[in-house]
Design a protein. Structure first.
Lengths: 229, 452
């Protein structure tokens, strides 16, 4: 069972994070000061640390170096009210594995946690050929085939489908797509991402693949294979 | 930077003035002394002449002309060159004297042996102090003392004074120059500090101890000011962080509670959208403040490929524009580089393209072009949409400016204000060129010249 450490001083937020983590089948611990958090992080093997920034005792971003120096190999998800693009880029540049601004939707946090928990457990991306039933992605040639027929995708759409493939079977949010495929860390206001996903999805559907599905209110899910009944 | 030579000139001018003032004062003192010495020496010569005349008068009293003639003969034989004696008879024949004839331009005046009305005359290169009389019976008598010792002494004095004057000027110039240099060195320290602060190093300070003088006091004052600015700056940053924390934490609780509401999906979706808008507006405000606070400082800017960023953001928005029926076009050449912040530049483009797509109608065109010139890169976003109302042009870039007709369109009136703040942060020039139809905005980014 994966262990998740929550370093968060707001009890309601901590409870919300705990609920999501436990829904994913993880065991959670909670610290409400930075020093207690750093001490806990280096005392047990956590898979993921959910780290707040403006904590009693200091800024979580500054504590990441201490966590690493203490021997923690946990993936760090920063969950902070400092949510402007500049804050997010700063956090990621200083070594965070993901950065989610408050306020966050529970689905968004769940998607991020799931992505982190899965990270490192999948090897398929080293292969040149990613095959999902009758949908094939050739990494080197940067081509997509459905039922052996070539589907013409733009370079961005290819990046999009590889990101989906990397998180196959999981819900992927619009914010994740914007951050990981477009490397943009601000909210553009309109859901520009939907248009791109819509185009890619139509191309796949025309070729006969229903791989991309909308997860209502949450984002998208790449499920090329029928869900196990 | 251009102010530096002027400052140096001011210091040098002050030093020169000081040297000159010292020299003029010394010159005055020396002139006074010169007059004093001259008067003393002349008085001494005059009393010698008086003594001569008194002696001759005593002889004349005893045996008249004969005694005078004997005495003059005697003294002429032992001539020292310092005195001039001449006695003639009424026919102009020399009876006795140190010289054979009467000097020209000198007429005998009065009788008797007083030294009053002594006159000076020049013969050859020597000046003489002379008394010329006609003794009873028509005997002209000349008694004179050479002024050569006086003139020699005064000449020596003048030479000495000239030398001293030269030495004073040289010393004054030297001391002034040295003083100016030391003053300049200390002022330059403070100027360099000011330059470093202007470049964004708010924590720059002068090393070493403060000296116990006016410069030390100036440095202390500058440091106190910098501390204050730095504290204010920190407080501003802390305040924006605190505002973010205090606003987003309760919003976060609301959102968590919203997620527990079931069965009213439309209402909760609306509420979430409202919250998202509020956060966007509030982030824009903080972004504007931060960009304005960082304006003019190069800190945090790195080389960014403007062509790539523009293409990426264009590619993100173009399908949206196409779906809305706009005619889109982007023109650029690859590899145009500026010193910048990729995310901020992307925000500028995102704001501009989003605005254009929001306000244009199907059939309108939307273009983004990047054209380089020697030291700037011109970024132009233009559309043929409704454009800006004329009465709005002046304040288009102010915060919360929105046209009356756009009240129904979602937005908070911060987009262009953020665009302007980010452009200013990059030292870019922003203009709204006139267009026949629609809206156009041009940003001239300072181009980064590739060194390799």
């Amino acid at each position: 069972m994966d262990r998740i450490l929550i370093i968060e001083d707001d009890p309601e937020t901590a409870a919300a994070v705990r609920a999501e983590a436990e829904a994913l089948g993880c065991q959670t611990d909670h610290c409400d000061t930075l020093d207690a958090g750093v001490a806990a992080a280096t005392s047990a093997p956590y898979k993921v640390i959910v780290l707040d920034r403006m904590l009693p005792g200091g800024d979580g971003v500054d504590a990441m170096a201490r966590l690493r120096a203490g021997g923690s190999t946990a993936l760090i998800l920063i969950l902070s009210a400092l949510g402007r693009a500049a804050n997010r880029v700063e956090g990621l540049e200083k070594g965070a594995d993901d950065y989610l601004p408050k306020p966050f939707e529970p689905e968004e946090l769940r998607a991020r946690l799931r992505a982190l928990l899965r990270r490192g457990t999948i090897q398929v991306l080293d292969n040149d050929l990613l095959a999902f039933g009758d949908l094939e992605i050739r990494m080197k040639a940067r081509t997509v085939h459905v039922k052996r027929a070539h589907v013409a995708v733009s370079p961005k759409e290819f990046e999009l489908i590889t990101y989906f493939a990397r998180n196959a079977g999981q819900i992927v949010t619009r914010m994740q797509l914007l951050e990981n495929v477009w490397n943009l860390h601000f909210d553009p206001g309109t859901n520009v991402v939907d248009v791109h996903v819509g185009r890619l999805r139509r191309k796949l559907e025309e070729a006969g693949s229903q791989a991309i599905q909308t997860a209502r209110g949450e984002g998208y899910i790449f499920a090329p294979l029928p869900a196990p009944a | 930077m251009t102010a530096r030579p002027i400052a140096a000139r001011a210091t040098l001018r002050l030093a020169a003035l000081m040297a000159l003032a010292v020299t003029v004062l010394s010159l005055g003192a020396m002139a006074l002394q010169y007059r004093l010495v001259e008067t003393r020496l002349m008085t001494a010569q005059r009393s010698l002449l008086t003594a001569d005349l008194d002696g001759l008068a005593a002889l004349y009293d005893q045996r008249r002309i004969i005694a005078l003639r004997q005495a003059i003969d005697y003294r002429a034989t032992a001539a020292t060159g310092d005195e001039m004696l001449l006695l003639m008879d009424r026919n102009g024949t020399t009876l006795a004297g140190t010289r054979p004839d009467w000097p020209a331009d000198l007429a005998p005046a009065g009788e008797g042996f007083t030294s009053d009305n002594a006159i000076t005359f020049t013969e050859g290169s020597t000046r003489w102090l002379a008394v010329a009389r006609t003794l009873p019976g028509g005997f002209p008598l000349l008694v004179a003392r050479s002024l050569a010792p006086v003139d020699d002494t005064l000449a020596a004095l003048r030479r000495g004074m000239l030398g001293l004057l030269g030495a004073l000027l040289v010393a004054g110039g030297l001391v002034g120059g040295l003083a100016a240099r030391s003053v300049m060195a200390r002022i330059n320290r403070i100027n360099d500090l000011a330059d470093r602060v202007a470049e964004g190093q708010l924590d720059a300070r002068l090393p070493g101890a403060r000296s116990d003088d006016e410069f030390g006091l100036l440095e202390t004052h500058v440091h106190a000011m910098l501390d204050r600015i730095q504290n204010l700056n920190r407080a501003t940053h802390r305040l924006s962080d605190t505002i973010a924390h205090e606003l987003r934490t309760p919003l976060n609780r609301m959102l968590q509670k919203l997620a527990k509401i079931e069965g009213q999906d439309d209402l909760t979706a609306d509420l979430k959208a409202e919250m998202r808008q509020a956060i966007r507006m509030f982030d824009s405000l903080l972004d504007i403040s931060r960009a304005e606070a960082d304006q003019g400082t190069g800190g945090g800017l790195v080389p960014v490929d403007l062509s790539t960023v523009a293409t990426e953001v264009w590619d993100l928005y173009e399908p949206l524009a196409e779906d809305k029926g706009l005619i889109t076009e982007m023109r650029t050449i690859p590899g145009l580089t500026i010193l910048g912040d990729r995310n901020l530049i992307a925000q500028v483009l995102s704001n501009l393209l989003d605005n254009a797509i929001k306000y244009c109608a199907p059939g309108d065109s939307l273009t983004l072009t990047l054209t380089p010139d020697s030291d700037r890169i011109l970024m132009r976003v233009a559309d043929t949409g409704p454009g800006l109302p004329d009465d709005l042009k002046a304040e288009a870039f102010d915060r919360f400016t929105r046209a009356e007709r756009d009240r129904a369109t979602p937005g908070h009136g911060l987009g262009l204000a953020l665009v302007r703040a980010i452009a200013a942060r990059h030292g870019a020039r922003l203009t709204l060129p006139p267009t026949e139809k629609g809206f156009a905005l041009e940003i001239r980014w300072p181009r980064l010249q590739q060194s390799d």
